[in-house]
Design a protein around this ligand. Structure first.
Ligand code: SF4
Length: 236
């Protein structure tokens, strides 16, 4: 199991070609993954491996959807715009493990005037240092308006700030777009949201943030059977 020191001092991720994107899920509209109405893209593959991560099924590259990045970027940007969302949230998996491909997605959003929020298990200090030598990391940072940075440390849960899993993580305005949001969170915290979608076949998709105990009570209140087909992808 990784130590806190090891999690906070990760080596620079290997560079991966951006021609294709490994991804798991795209939602065109959600209010649980950042400020306002946003689309959300879960990339697949994470080399950080935080103990207690809520999305361990997204660590391995195996099983990912693999598609042409440029085509996906246009599709996701068009669907985000059509849904009336103000931007996209990139989560995972670890977006900076596929920095070039996700920079293409982020730049396609920005070209349509849409904002970009990115979750990373790496710290902003590490990303900024690597960006001097790695244009893929520099591009994704440059296209990000709002960054949540740092590994998830399960023994430091954050019950105050929305979207963040642990108190070591930062929420950083990298452009003026969300400076007011960050200032509000720094002053007053905020509220997390969770979304539950149940399709016609009874399959349940959960996104956003709620601890497991609260989520179990909520699903029980909704009359969801314990053995119902289930997918849970939180933002940390
Ligand atoms: S919390 Fe994020 S960075 Fe940490 S292991 Fe999970 S997906 Fe990777």
């Amino acid at each position: 199991m990784r130590s806190v020191a090891d999690l906070l001092d990760r080596p620079v991720p290997e560079r991966r070609s951006g021609e294709t994107l490994r991804w798991s899920r795209f939602l065109a509209s959600t209010t649980a993954e950042g400020p306002g109405v946003r689309s959300a893209l879960w990339s697949q593959g994470c080399s950080v491996h935080c103990p207690g991560c809520f999305n361990p099924h997204l660590w391995a590259a195996a099983g990912a959807r693999l598609d042409d990045t440029a085509a996906l970027a246009e599709r996701f940007a068009a669907e985000t715009e059509a849904a009336g969302a103000e931007g996209v949230t990139l989560l995972g998996g670890e977006p900076f493990d596929q920095a070039e491909a996700l920079a293409v997605v982020a730049e396609a959003m920005a070209a349509r005037g849409l904002t970009v929020m990115t979750f990373s298990g790496y710290t902003l200090d590490a990303l900024t240092g690597w960006a001097a030598e790695r244009d893929d990391i520099a591009r994704l940072l440059a296209a990000t308006d709002l960054l949540v940075d740092g590994p998830y440390l399960r023994d430091r849960p954050d019950a105050i700030r929305p979207w963040l899993g642990s108190t070591n993580q930062g929420i950083r305005a990298l452009s003026p777009a969300y400076a007011d949001v960050v200032a509000r969170i720094d002053a007053d915290g905020g509220r997390d949201r969770v979304e539950i979608r149940i399709d016609r076949d009874g399959r349940i998709d959960v996104n956003g943030w709620a601890d497991d105990a609260a989520l179990a009570i909520l699903l029980d209140d909704l009359g969801v059977r314990a053995d119902a087909p289930f997918r849970k992808e939180k933002n940390r």
